[in-house]
Design a protein around this ligand. Structure first.
Ligand code: FAD
Length: 839
């Protein structure tokens, strides 16, 4: 038997190796057009980042080693050009010499993989734009970062696409000190995960100084005046960079198959049966090029992952060698890490189930990766989807730090085995404090899921807000400290221990919507209420943690200083040793409300869930003198939002907040008596601009001032009110229903900076064109470029919500990255500023 395999990586090499093990007398030829076979694609980003230092470690086999160990005839640099199914032969071109020859076969395994999507955009053929699929691509990106003779290394990069390849590459570019921007057309990273699971990772990524542009795409590439690569985004922003990597997905490589008359499936991949046979006799196919059945979803699917590719190659070989082995289905189990955070999914997500009309229930829980009292853990966000009634598992997604991978694998196995949420309750999983909890996160998800199906708990979901709370009593059963930091509008604070007494005179027929931090205390409260005759009690699934993640409260989050991150391993050994103590950086020099005493105490709050860290911090602060500092280590990711709010409210100074391991480390300086809310204490090198005018030249001046101040190292906030708001409008806002008045305003008002008139010499609209030409001739950046550069320098652009209401402007009508605020926010900012401008 003579087997010819086209493609010598995951699927192809698995097929060839398995065939050899089953048939030692077969002639096996592997055709690979690239220079390497059997290399580790999945390791490519890590060599760019020099995490894997030795390039050779990615080359798992060579033609010589495969000849020696498996007697395979592996031919690199040999491209299969055409298949002749009638003659059972392949036309092959030797790429070095251009010579062509014919190779006959008894069986052909088609494993050509997939090709990165290269969108047909203007300028996409620029030499500094790359893809990452093969060793050669990796070499090109790495040498762009390293610098080549006569060319300095790239210091800035744009990665297009926030799937796992884009994210891994961004992390590794960051490791190399390259300032990195990710552009993603969807409004979230990591498409296999539901939205509420990704927001926490998005804000974590941003905390490393990586910029994320979500909900927009690259529109064109060009050369800037100073020779850099310029990426124009659809939202009218520009990014100047040294290097672009397209990681916008892959397409199955099907040219050979189509030319040979092989049938494709509805998603454009090669159609195969359960034996990995194509529609043409004698030809099998496997890997990224094929589409196969999904374990949960109807129809066939393209799931370009290494695991399925390897296993499909093996199934093809079995059948080629006369065995009757069938391929089951894919479930898309995938995982990615960004720094210390890990995200993964298996089975179907909520979006997919909804799109397919498959009924489902869902639970969201936030247990720790391992026992909270053992160092180095953090809360994870675990979402499990299952069938109503039977509880059969349909899918799961997890985001967290420690122990995400093992929970994901347990759930992947459980889904494959057809287990239910009831079964999850009973799984006996490995436990000792460094590894898990006696009630493992998997058990916890099972308990909540089973309670839901048994009717012991009724849930409402963040996506149902505010409708779910209308006409209901909203009850926040957390402690007052937690309630003060953030609560739902209209919620009354009834801490759990007081609920029995408090509910005595409540109307039992009024619906109650109860919530807490993660869903546990609210579950207890709901049991109290239900047993007292309340007829409609629902608990917020996953509590405030899920709510805040779903509604993405990130605009309120700000970290004023950013310092390089402490390695997680150092973090574990460095707890309470003072190791990794932040240096007295710019934020701590001279800006403090109270002078530093030099006393710094360490506080370890790792493993404590909210409100634990805040309570411990409050206790510690009470024992200190003004000017003393606390260096607090926290693993609760919510601390990032809570720390500035708590410090501000209590008159302490947040000197520094930065990621550390699975959480954050913060340096807080105790304020003096009477400091609470004291504005003078907070004044710093900060400028506030109120932009009222909608004239092009005035807005231009405002942005020149703002960019200048930012370049001087000042913090800058720009508050856009009335006509000034037009500068932040998108040129082409998404369609939505508008009232008559809104339509009138939208037509009359300039949409975006390019449509704004001059304050004088407007010359019936000719003036702005003239001035823009003069600006271009003098290399003055355009207004859109100034807006982009202001945003990139950290200038806060705040839209006045009152004006938005008056003029019928919605959030989506404004460019990305704009925060919404009112007069109080503007005054808050100006109170902290040492200069204000009204334009
Ligand atoms: P490929 O590995 O692409 O191999 C196909 C081969 O066929 C190629 O070498 C190609 O040159 C050759 N070929 C194509 N046409 C011809 C022709 N006409 N003649 C001769 N040769 C031809 N998956 C995961 O599960 N986890 C990960 O962490 C992960 N990380 C990844 C990171 C990166 C950067 C990349 C690029 C992929 C990653 N993947 C990951 C995906 C995984 O690598 C693929 O799913 C897997 O390699 C697919 O195997 P395949 O054999 O179908 O295709």
């Amino acid at each position: 038997m003579k087997l010819v395999v086209i493609g010598g990586v995951a699927a192809g090499m698995s097929c060839a190796a398995r065939a050899r093990r089953l048939d030692d007398f077969a002639e096996i030829v592997v055709l690979e057009r690239a220079q390497h076979v059997s290399f580790a694609n999945c390791g490519l980003p890590y060599h760019v980042g020099e995490v894997i230092k030795d390039r050779d470690r990615l080359l798992l086999q060579t033609p010589a080693s495969l000849r020696d160990s498996l007697a395979l005839d592996v031919r690199t640099g040999n491209e299969a050009v055409r298949i002749d199914p009638e003659a059972k032969s392949v036309l092959v071109r030797h790429l070095d010499t251009g010579e062509e020859y014919t190779e006959s076969y008894d069986a052909l395994a088609l494993c050509p993989g997939a090709s990165p999507v290269v969108p047909p955009l203007p300028g996409v053929d620029h030499p500094d734009i790359h893809v990452l699929r093969r060793i050669g691509d990796m070499d090109a990106i790495k040498s762009a970062v390293d610098g080549t003779a006569g060319r300095p290394g790239a210091r800035h990069a744009v990665v297009i696409g926030a799937g796992y390849i884009g994210l891994e590459l961004a992390e590794n570019l960051h490791h190399r000190g390259v300032e990195t921007v990710i552009v993603e057309m969807s409004d979230q990273i990591m498409p296999p995960l539901d939205r509420e699971l990704t927001t926490q990772m998005e804000s974590y990524i941003r905390s490393y100084g990586i910029t994320l542009h979500l909900g927009t795409r690259a529109a064109a590439f060009s050369q800037s005046t100073d020779g850099r690569l310029r990426v124009e985004l659809e939202n009218n922003q520009f990014v100047e960079t040294d290097l672009v990597v397209l990681a916008a997905g892959v397409r199955p490589a099907t040219d050979l198959a189509v030319a040979a008359g092989i049938e494709l499936g509805p998603r454009g991949g090669i159609k195969v049966d359960a034996h990995m046979r194509t529609s043409v006799p004698g030809i099998w196919a496997a890997g990224d090029a094929v589409e196969v059945e999904h374990l949960v979803l109807p129809g066939s699917h393209l799931v370009p992952l290494a695991g399925p590719a390897n296993r499909q190659g093996r199934v093809a070989a079995d059948n080629i060698c006369g065995r009757d082995t069938t391929w089951g289905s894919v479930q898309g189990t995938s995982i990615v890490k960004m720094f210390d955070m890990v995200a993964g999914a298996t089975g179907a997500n909520q979006r997919q189930l909804t799109a397919e009309g498959i009924p489902f229930e869902r639970v969201q829980v936030h247990p720790s990766g391992h026992a909270g009292y053992y160092p180095g853990t953090a809360k994870m966000h675990l979402k499990v989807l299952f069938e109503p009634g039977s509880g059969r598992l349909l899918g799961a997604g997890i985001v967290g730090f420690d122990g995400v991978d093992k929970r994901l694998d347990v759930l992947a196995t459980a889904i494959k085995a057809g287990l239910t949420v009831f079964d999850l309750q009973d799984l006996e999983l490995a436990y000792a404090p460094p590894f898990g909890s006696a009630k493992d996160p998997i058990n916890m998800a099972g308990f909540v899921g089973a309670n839901l199906l048994k009717g012991d708990i009724a849930l409402w979901y963040p996506s149902e807000y505010p409708a779910a709370t209308e006409g209901a009593r909203i009850v926040d059963v957390r402690g007052p400290d937690e309630y003060d930091i953030w609560h739902l509008p209209g919620a009354q604070n009834v801490p759990l221990p007081t609920i029995r007494e408090a509910c005595a005179d409540w109307d039992r027929d009024v619906p109650v919507r109860v919530y807490c931090a993660v869903g546990f205390r609210s579950y207890l409260a709901s049991r109290v209420l239900v047993q007292r005759g309340f007829t409609d009690v629902k608990v917020l699934s996953g509590g405030m943690d899920t709510f805040r993640a779903f509604h993405d409260v990130t605009p309120e989050e700000r970290i004023d200083t950013y310092h390089p991150v402490v390695n997680y391993a150092e973090h574990i050994t460095g707890i309470n040793t003072g190791k990794g103590l932040p240096p007295a950086g710019p934020a701590s020099s001279g800006t403090a409300a109270v002078a530093r005493t030099g006393v710094t105490v360490d506080l370890d709050c790792t493993g404590l869930a909210c409100p634990g860290p805040i309570m411990r911090l409050q206790e510690k602060m009470d024992s200190l003198d003004p000017g003393d500092e606390v260096l607090v280590h926290v693993s609760d990711p919510g601390f990032r939002l809570d720390a500035p709010a708590w410090a501000g409210k209590n008159g302490h100074e947040l000197v520094e907040l930065r990621p550390e391991g699975p959480g954050y480390v913060a340096l807080l300086r105790k304020g003096g008596a009477g400091q609470v809310g004291g504005a003078a204490a907070r004044i710093r090198d900060k400028k506030t601009l109120v932009v009222f005018s909608g004239d092009f030249d005035r807005v231009l001046a405002a942005f020149i001032l703002a960019n200048g101040a930012a370049a001087m190292g000042d913090e800058v906030s720009m508050f856009f009110t009335f006509w000034g708001l037009n500068a932040l409008r998108r040129e082409n806002p998404p369609d939505r229903e508008r009232s008559l008045m809104e339509r009138a305003f939208a037509t009359m008002m300039p949409s975006g900076p390019d449509a704004m008139p001059l304050s004088t010499m407007n010359m019936l609209g000719g003036g702005p064109a003239l001035i823009k030409r003069i600006m271009r001739d003098h290399n003055v950046p355009s207004l859109p470029e100034l807006i982009t550069s202001a945003q990139q320098s950290g200038v806060r652009l705040v839209a006045c919500t009152m004006t938005m209401d008056l003029l019928g402007i919605a959030r989506d009508d404004l460019i990305d990255g704009v925060e919404l605020g009112g007069v109080a926010m503007m005054y808050g900012e100006s109170n902290e500023s040492n200069a204000q401008f009204f334009i």
